[in-house]
Write a new protein. Structure first.
Length: 180
């Protein structure tokens, strides 16, 4: 009995047919299209958390320096990482100074303790009228009940609110809506 050479080869072939490959690619494309938006949101949320945590770290460092130096420290918005702007736009950056001359504001003669650069361009941070946070040597922030709102201009991530009370306690609260 003779077998046809093509029939003998077909039993030993391995791999996918074109139809099977196309079905696999379609399934992969569908799964990828569902995963990419979630990944984008995850990255944006982590970036927002990083920015808020950087601010909180600067605040707690200023509080620690006030206790260590036994003098007032000030955290304020800054665009040049040297001087306070006197504004409420914290997303442009901020500085921490030790109030060496005791005048209650960041001015010449004060010691620059740290400077933080501007936030990523998609994020904004503003406070409602508060232009600086003055921290006494016992860690209090008298007259500074304030909220700094961190928001995402791309409206992907919910707002984050940093609240600091007169006792100097800072806490984080998620806002209800995304966007600025």
């Amino acid at each position: 009995m003779t077998t046809h050479p093509r029939t003998a080869l077909s039993h030993n072939q391995r791999g996918l047919t074109l139809v099977e490959a196309m079905v696999a690619m379609t399934v992969a494309a569908i799964l990828l299209s569902m995963a990419v938006p979630s990944l984008r949101d995850f990255i944006a949320s982590n970036q927002m958390s990083t920015e808020v945590n950087n601010f909180l770290a600067a605040y707690y460092n200023a509080r620690s320096e006030a206790a260590k130096r036994h003098q007032r420290t000030i955290v304020c918005p800054s665009t040049d990482n040297i001087n306070c702007t006197g504004g409420v736009n914290w997303h442009q950056g901020w500085i921490t100074v030790a109030d060496a001359n005791g005048d209650g504001s960041a001015s010449s003669g004060d010691v620059l303790l740290s400077a933080n650069p501007a936030l990523a361009s998609r994020f904004e941070a503003t406070s409602g009228g508060t232009t600086q946070i003055a921290i006494t040597s016992d860690g209090r922030t008298p007259g500074s009940n304030l909220t700094i709102t961190f928001c995402d201009s791309d409206s992907v991530v919910d707002d984050r609110l940093v609240r600091i009370n007169n006792a100097g306690r800072a806490y984080l609260q998620k806002g209800g809506t995304p966007g600025c």
